[in-house]
Write a protein that binds this ligand. Structure first.
Ligand code: FEO
Length: 448
């Protein structure tokens, strides 16, 4: 039995959906499953790009054998050594004794660490710019270190203009038979999970993602083929633009995330009042109880919004456990450039405000608005007015135009209508092409 899908004439998706994982990578819940993508190129040579996770090995094997149609496997390209993509390497070597493996130098080292020295003679180390001809197709290797492991490679198929992107451009969620992003309402149904995937797994490595985006901008790309989630064959600029924002730590929206940690509901009450006052002023608010919502969702929302409110009760002379975990996770991901409001609660010695400041202080471009708002046990009647004033200040800041950069006289902004990329200059050259999505000058709109 098999459940493959054709990517194009020569490429076939031979991956598998996993829907029974309690936790992906032992830490991220995936209530809607996750796909482990693997692609087979059938040319004069057969090439498999990555294998699968142990959890879905049976489906992967059936799909691969079906797509090979009795041919042997000549090459395996290992883009990434994490075991959710390499669990079947040993099996492949046993099943196809002649198979040759292409990977980066660091992947070769890791392969020995994971599997012992048995693979050495079949490994071919490749580096940035090396090519492999498989018949009709020429594959060019692109180094993508720290997106999100150091050994990561991508492959650009020069013949079909496909970019196999390793973990980049991935998404949580099983494919459920839909291989291409244009087969679903991605923006409505999957963007949140793509953001949660990016921010938690790759989010710390913004500068490395920027480096890869620059390399991608030099390529003529027809499709993006990630190791999780959908293949992109239309409107690539949509996702490239999101990656550009996320990796520059730019918020997607001016709005407020309110995350609170409350033991008996009094801190929650203050957070609720603040949310009401902000909403009355037309500010978009998203709230999370840190004791209920897993950290990965809140971290993702912190990348999304421009302003963050953290409200926490004091616990063991510090920050309540679930809030402390969230803030450490945000700090570990190096989120930058956010405006923050802190609320603390404590019945005899409020200390969570200072504790939260200490965790967030090293982060680049963070600014605390107003002094920490202190509650003693429960909000006093007279404090509702203070909370009202805090909401007014916060709302005004959210609704103020994003801080404009100094622009020299005569400079104009031209915005790409496809992906949102901004070109600044005295005029847009007629032959200009968007470095993110490749759209021509006719797709740019002058904004100022
Ligand atoms: Fe999907 Fe980093 O492995």
């Amino acid at each position: 039995m098999y459940c493959t899908r054709k990517v194009n004439d020569d490429y076939t998706w031979v991956g598998a959906d996993g829907r029974r994982l309690a936790m992906f990578e032992g830490v991220f819940d995936v209530p809607n499953g996750i796909s482990f993508n693997s692609y087979l190129l059938r040319d004069e040579k057969t090439v498999l790009f990555d294998t699968s996770d142990a959890a879905v090995r049976r489906t992967f094997r059936e799909n691969l054998l079906h797509a090979l149609e009795g041919r042997s496997l000549d090459y395996v390209v290992v883009h990434h050594m994490e075991p959710d993509h390499t669990a079947e390497l040993e099996e492949l070597v046993l099943r196809f004794p002649e198979v040759q493996i292409y990977c980066s130098a660091m992947a070769k080292t890791m392969m020995t660490q994971f599997f012992g020295p048995g693979f050495q003679e079949r490994i071919h180390v490749v580096k940035e710019g090396d090519t492999l001809c498989t018949g009709r197709h020429t594959l060019r290797f692109i180094a993508a270190p720290m997106v999100h492991w150091p050994e990561v490679l991508m492959t650009y198929d020069e013949t079909d203009r496909l970019l196999l992107t390793a973990d980049a451009f991935g998404c949580f969620g099983a494919l459920n038979g839909r291989l291409f992003a244009d087969e679903v309402d991605f923006d409505r149904d999957y963007l949140d999970e793509a953001r949660r995937y990016y921010t938690n797994i790759v989010g710390k490595y913004g500068s490395q993602v920027q480096a890869v985006l620059k390399k991608a901008a030099e390529l003529d790309i027809a499709m993006l083929l990630p190791l999780h989630g959908f293949v992109w064959r239309k409107e690539l600029g949509y996702l490239l633009h999101k990656y550009d924002l996320w990796s520059r730590y730019e918020p997607e929206e001016r709005g407020v995330l309110i995350a609170y940690a409350s033991v008996y509901g009094n801190t929650e009450n203050a957070a609720n009042i603040l949310a009401c006052r902000l909403s009355e002023r037309g500010v978009r608010v998203q709230m999370f109880d840190t004791s209920v919502t897993p950290t990965s969702y809140i971290l993702s929302a912190a990348f999304r919004y421009s302003h963050l409110v953290f409200a926490a009760t004091t616990y063991n002379a510090g920050v309540f456990i679930t809030m402390e975990e969230l803030l450490h996770d945000i700090a570990a991901h190096d989120l930058q450039n956010r405006r923050v409001v802190l609320l603390e609660n404590g019945s005899w010695a409020p200390a969570s405000g200072k504790g939260m400041q200490k965790i967030l202080q090293p982060l680049k471009g963070w600014q605390q608005m107003e002094d920490t708002f202190t509650i003693r046990s429960a909000l006093r009647e007279d404090q509702t007015m203070q909370l009202e004033r805090l909401a007014a200040t916060l709302a005004a800041d959210v609704q103020a135009a994003a801080p404009a950069e100094e622009k020299p006289e005569g400079q104009h902004r031209y915005v790409c209508k496809v992906c949102g990329y901004v070109y600044e200059g005295d005029s847009l050259p007629e032959d200009y092409k968007c470095p993110l999505c490749g759209a021509g000058a006719e797709y740019f709109k002058q904004e100022s």
